[in-house]
Design a protein around this ligand. Structure first.
Ligand code: NAI
Length: 505
């Protein structure tokens, strides 16, 4: 299936942040683009704004002046909807309201040719519902760009129940021709990204609510151990809590109140208080001029460690061993069950149980649990928690070991799965459920999370790297600890584990 030819007329409706960005992308790809907004003058203003953006690219030598002129010349602001009758592809990016969008689509259907593609940039409405009641629902499709559209690579191509598969193929190829990274998905709540990403916010919010650590520490752990571009609190402050909370509520409602998507009371309170994040001057952090940014908490140690013992295969922690050796610590390896011993302390990668519970069940004294890191060889910070009977001296030795290897150490309360591990396990669980339900292929799901929200690695590939069995065990322990369906493992993880198969084919 071929992309739309670059001379095909594109129309964009809604000249706000998204519509202007999409119009720019299409014009940069060579299309003549009409831009319409029902607010008089808004489309012309948006074209002027796009021209200024292009001017900045020219100043930075990323675009030449003649290309800027040609792109701007391809953008035609129009003041009536009737002007769009000849468009081959219409992309609407108007207000996020089902009724208003349906009315617009009905008008477009009456106005445009029978083979015109009617695409919606909606981020939360059902494409199936948008198309319902139209004469040609097979011509309606989602083309979900991310903000800012000229910069973000991902485009979700969303098929509703009636969407013609050939249309999805055409738009996929068209998005590719526009320099984007498209993925196919079905019209289900949140599509891929806004569904699979929910636990990223939810787990941090829950950890905060349960007193695991402060915002700055939890954010630093997701960044410096997890490899995420931003922590959940700084990211939701940037997105705006009203927007982020509304997306969570909409996904939660659309799944008929499935507890996996339950909105956070902590975030609701911020919204109620008008602390919407950067845009209101305060969210989890204070953005007032001169306000001090809190630092992540850090443990120090007076102890000095000369050697440690590794018993058996420590799993992902294995990548820490060269780092320990390089820092001059003698590492002895012997048979055992994947533990690290230093002085009086026993260190282990969390398996989703509480430290105190695991110490008791496995008969381990002075247990210190380590959180997951994306890459133990290069992480700069790690979270630890410990069981109630761990002595201060043992803890001190564990901290010394990690600090000597160049890691900053942040303590979190004894909660199941610490910070990065439980976040990654829950992301992988949601991704697996989306895969099970045919929302996307494993490749598209992982790609969407990397290209749409900059995850350091796709959740499915991450689970595979950790081991599907281990990811499953972490989730089972979380579910057992909390007794909530929120952490129920996806059937797909169970099946793949039982079959000894792979998530990525
Ligand atoms: P916006 O509020 O910046 O722009 C919406 C524009 O549509 C306004 O200029 C408004 O005058 C115009 N408009 C409203 N009703 C109209 C109508 N009936 N006919 C013509 N024009 C009309 O909104 P934004 O952020 O650009 O969002 C637009 C759409 O894109 C929404 O569906 C939103 O869910 C979706 N979206 C937004 C993202 C974001 O980060 N802002 C990301 C991805 C999708």
């Amino acid at each position: 299936m071929a992309a739309l030819p670059s001379n095909a007329q594109v129309a964009v409706i809604g000249a706000g942040a998204m519509g202007a960005g999409i119009a720019q992308v299409a014009a940069q790809a060579g299309h003549p683009v009409m831009l319409y907004d029902n607010r008089p003058g808004a489309a012309s203003q948006a074209v002027q704004g796009i021209d200024r953006q292009l001017g900045r690219l020219v100043e930075k030598d990323r675009l030449d002046a003649s290309a800027r002129e040609a792109i701007t010349a391809r953008l035609q602001p129009v003041e009536t909807l009737d002007a769009l009758g000849e468009a081959h592809l219409v992309i609407e990016a108007i207000v996020e309201n089902l009724q208003v969008k349906q009315d617009l689509l009905r008008q477009l259907e009456a106005l445009c040719t029978v083979d015109c593609i009617l695409a919606s940039n909606t981020s939360s409405l059902s494409i199936t519902s948008l198309a319902a009641g139209l004469c040609r629902p097979q011509r309606v499709i989602g083309m979900h760009f991310f903000n800012p559209a000229p910069l973000m690579a991902l485009v979700e191509i969303v098929s509703g129940l009636a969407t013609d598969p050939a249309l999805a193929a055409t738009l996929y190829d068209t998005a590719k021709a526009w320099g984007k990274q498209p993925v196919h998905t079905r019209s289900t709540p949140g599509f891929i990204v806004n569904r699979v990403a929910r636990p990223f916010y939810a787990e941090s919010l829950r950890l905060l609510q349960e007193g695991a650590a402060d915002c700055a520490s939890l954010d630093a752990l997701l960044r410096e151990a997890g490899g995420f571009r931003m922590g959940a609190f700084e990211l939701t402050d940037l997105i705006g809590h009203d927007v982020n909370y509304a997306v969570t509520c909409s996904v939660f409602d659309a799944f008929h109140g499935d507890f996996r998507f339950q909105p956070s009371l902590v975030q609701k309170e911020l919204v109620d208080a008008g602390r919407l994040g950067r845009k209101s001057g305060q969210g989890f952090y204070d953005y007032a001029a001169g306000a001090e940014r809190p630092q992540a908490a850090e443990l120090h140690s007076q102890a000095r460690v000369e050697r440690c013992v590794v018993e058996g295969q420590p799993g992902p922690l294995h990548a820490l061993l060269p780092r320990l050796r390089a820092s001059g610590i003698g590492v002895t390896e012997r048979a055992g069950s994947g533990l690290l011993r230093v002085g009086d302390a026993t260190l282990a990668l969390s398996d989703g149980r509480l430290a105190s519970q695991r110490a008791q069940e496995d008969g381990l004294r002075n247990l210190v649990l380590l959180d997951l890191a994306l890459d133990y060889a290069s992480a700069s910070r790690i979270a630890i928690s410990w069981s109630a009977d761990t002595t201060a001296q043992a803890r001190d030795q564990a901290v010394a070991l990690l600090r000597q290897a160049g890691l900053q150490v942040t303590a979190v309360a004894d909660l199941p799965g610490l910070v990065v591990l439980r976040t990654v396990a829950c992301l992988a669980n949601e991704a697996a459920d989306a895969m099970l339900q045919g929302v996307g292929t494993p490749g598209d799901i992982d790609l969407a999370m990397c290209a749409g929200v900059n995850y350091p690695q796709g959740p499915l590939a991450w689970a595979e790297q950790l081991g599907v069995g281990y990811t499953l065990k972490v989730l089972e322990h979380l579910q057992h600890s909390y007794g909530e369906t929120r952490y129920r493992p996806s059937l797909l993880l169970r099946r793949i584990h039982a079959e000894g198969g792979r998530l990525h084919g």
